[in-house]
Design a binder for this molecule. Structure first.
Ligand SMILES: Cc1cc2nc3c(=O)[nH]c(=O)nc-3n(C[C@H](O)[C@H](O)[C@H](O)COP(=O)(O)OP(=O)(O)OC[C@H]3O[C@@H](n4cnc5c(N)ncnc54)[C@H](O)[C@@H]3O)c2cc1C
Length: 213
C-alpha cells in the first residue's frame, strides 16, 4: 500500500529530529524513515569504545525550544556516546516524534514525477510513499567504508567498523588489535582499548574507522 503524505524525511539523526518537528509545526503531514532500529543517527551507529563528542556539549542542543534546552543537563563537557544517545531519545520523546517514524526502513528508490510534481519513494521493507517533498538528511559521515583492503577477505579473525560497532560490544581483553585510521575516532578507540588489549598471540581483531564522505 502506498501512503500519501506531504513530506518524507529520510533519517533519524539530529537534523532529522529537527526537520520532522519543524515541518509538523507548519501543519504538513510528515513521516520519517530510518535505516537503523532507533533514533540517534551518528550516535546510534557509532558505539565503539571511547566514542564521545569532540566538540563541547553546550553546542549540541535544540536551542529552538527553551524547555528542551533547560530540562536537560549534560554530565560532561565532552559527553560519551551512551549519554548522547539518551539525549536523542529525550528530544524524540519530549517532541512526541516517535509516532511519525518508521525504523529499520532504508530508502532504496526515489523517483520524481514531473507531471504530478510528486515523488514515489520505496524502502527496503516494502513501504511506499507518494509525497510532494523529500528531505534527504542522510548525514555526512553515515556510510562506513568497509571493503577497502587487499587481503581483507582472508583475514582469519574479526574485522569491525567503528560506524557499525556491535551493540553487545567486543571482548578485547588481551587481544592483539590493529586499528586502521588515526583521526578523531581512531584516537578515541586506541586510548580506550589500549589498557585492555594485549600482546598475546591467542587471537586478534582489526578495527577500521574509514568512512565514505
Ligand atoms: C564518530 C563521530 C563523532 C562525531 N563527533 C561530532 C562532534 O563532537 N560534534 C559535532 O558537531 N559533530 C560530530 N560529528 C558529526 C556528526 O555526524 C554530526 O554532528 C551529526 O550527528 C550529523 O547528524 P545528521 O542528522 O546530519 O546525520 P547522521 O547523524 O549521520 O544520521 C544519518 C542517518 O541517516 C540514515 N540513513 C542514511 N541513508 C539512509 C536511507 N537511504 N534510508 C534511511 N535512512 C538512511 C542513517 O542510518 C543514519 O542514522 C561526529 C561524527 C562521527 C561519525
Amino acid at each position: 500500500m502506498t501512503r500519501k503524505i506531504d513530506a518524507l524525511v529520510i533519517r533519524a539523526g539530529v537534523a532529522g529530529l529537527y526537520q520532522l518537528h519543524q515541518l509538523r509545526e507548519t501543519g504538513l503531514e510528515v513521516h520519517r524513515v530510518e535505516a537503523g532500529s532507533d533514533v540517534g543517527g551518528t550516535w546510534y551507529w557509532n558505539r565503539y569504545p571511547g566514542a564521545k563528542f569532540d566538540s563541547e556539549s553546550y553546542i549540541y542542543q535544540c536551542l529552538f525550544d527553551e524547555r528542551l534546552y533547560k530540562d536537560w543537563t549534560w554530565s560532561e563537557r565532552f559527553p560519551a556516546q551512551p549519554e548522547i544517545e539518551r539525549w536523542m531519545h529525550y528530544v524524540t520523546d519530549r517532541l512526541d516524534l516517535r509516532k511519525d517514524i518508521s525504523f529499520s526502513s532504508k530508502v532504496t528508490k526515489a523517483v520524481y514525477d514531473t507531471a504530478r510534481g510528486r515523488w514515489a519513494v520505496e524502502t527496503d521493507n516494502g513501504d511506499r510513499y507518494d509525497t510532494q517533498f523529500v528531505i534527504g538528511c542522510t548525514g555526512m559521515l553515515s556510510a562506513p567504508l568497509t571493503d577497502r583492503f587487499t587481503g581483507q577477505e582472508t583475514f582469519k579473525d574479526q574485522i569491525v567498523h567503528t560506524g557499525r560497532y556491535p551493540k553487545e560490544g567486543l571482548d578485547l581483553e588481551g587481544k592483539r588489535v590493529g586499528v586502521i585510521g588515526i583521526g578523531a575516532t581512531g584516537i578515541q578507540v586506541i586510548q580506550t582499548i589500549a589498557p585492555m588489549a594485549g600482546a598475546s598471540r591467542a587471537s586478534a581483531a582489526m578495527i577500521s574507522s574509514a568512512r565514505r564522505t
